[in-house]
Design a binder for this molecule. Sequence first.
Ligand code: BGP
Length: 472
Amino acid sequence: IRKEMPKGFLWGASTSAYQVEGAAEEDGKKLSQMDVLNRGTGFADASVASDHYHRYKEDIALMKECGFTAYRFSFSWSRIFPDGVGEANPKGLEFYDNLVDELVKNGIRPVPTIYHYDMPMALVEKYDGWVSRQSVDDFVAYGEFLIRRYGDRIKDWLIINEQSIIVEFWKKKNYVPEKYHGDPQVKFQINHHMNLGQAKLSKRIHELVEGGRSGAAIGYSPVYGLDSTPKNMLAMLNAEDLKNHFFLDIYFKGKYPAGAFRYLEEHGMAPVMEAGDMDIIREGKLDFLGVNYYASKCVRFPDADKNELTEAKSNLSGRKGAMGAYEVMPDFYQYMKNPNADTNDWDWTIDPTGMQYLLRDIYERYEIPMIITENGLGARDVLEDGKVHDDYRIDYWSRHLQAIHRAIELGVDVRGFLPWSFVDVLSTSNGYQKRYGLVYVNRDDEDIKDLARIPKDSFYWYQKVIATNGAH
Ligand code: BGP
């Protein structure tokens, strides 16, 4: 990128437990909701994934070879507490003990996520998972166990991954029983329970971990108005409030944005709260933000003939322009294709300018340190003569890194870059057809092959970027 990053800038990459580990029912682990939801999608399931559970040493050796100074992974709740609560599973703990030890031994800072979509199925069966308020206490107990066990070595904790996406795709990122499917209020209720769990845990991090800092990784898409017509500019403000500030205001101001919350009340979608909930949220503000940025979004004010509640459906086919459905919030906003932006095959915009835009915007509004916890390009990589020539990904990351650098020059506090993903992982929506890794994993959805690790061209490029702290 030819621009040096500030001293001490962290370099590495990210994964999440169910997308990389495999061993979904091994050594005492029981199924999580993602293990179950993934089955029957027509893509690979999580039972083997990238087999990191058995190959973590080899994987960490590759991280070291690339020059990583940090690695983001997530703990699997149902590997540690197979039934969600109760006795911890010694074998599960052993895996994470070994993983953390091996990282530390290799000079790589572990950056953990406590929850990355994978609620234990046992709790879904017991009380419908996050739909029930009981999930708050069980989540806090699980998280507290982790911070007590690893808090001596791990100071920075990402608590929940992508609440924004969990709300947007609430039936795909949660196992939600059928009886709730017609009621969109449920997604905001789930989100409220997550807010409470995260805030309580943030407070525990401050109390129990010396020098501990709490954070969350947010799936963040800056929202652009289609054009400068006043109504479309208003739709942009509405969407920013409900899709972005709705989460970050909770994290850093301890409140819901008033306008978006009132809108939900008017439409019968606001979460039910108990007295004292907002105190819990205020007392559990977060210290830093992990930013997951892939794509920017575009909105307009809903057309009269499209003005009804519609949920987003992703483009699963990987054919440009085959978007399932764009989200509509009546009288508020309507998502749409940005006529001025390039996209990948799954209709995700490729917009490095959006990276500078969001970093500056978030920093001015909340003045918090940030770390990029995901950024990447999903593509159909091709293995040819033992090599993967992913110059498109190098181009994508170079341009995003330049945007990050510019934001830093303009005063934004960005402390590291942990793109998605380290090795190829099970895509949450497209199995192994859509890949993100620096390292190719030799398998297809159907055919698991030998799971060999093959560094892509982007790996060798990234190695130089890290060695020069960005000056390559
Ligand atoms: C983010 C998730 C990741 C990851 C990524 C790519 O939303 O935090 O878990 O999967 O998106 O998305 P996908 O796998 O759908 O291509």
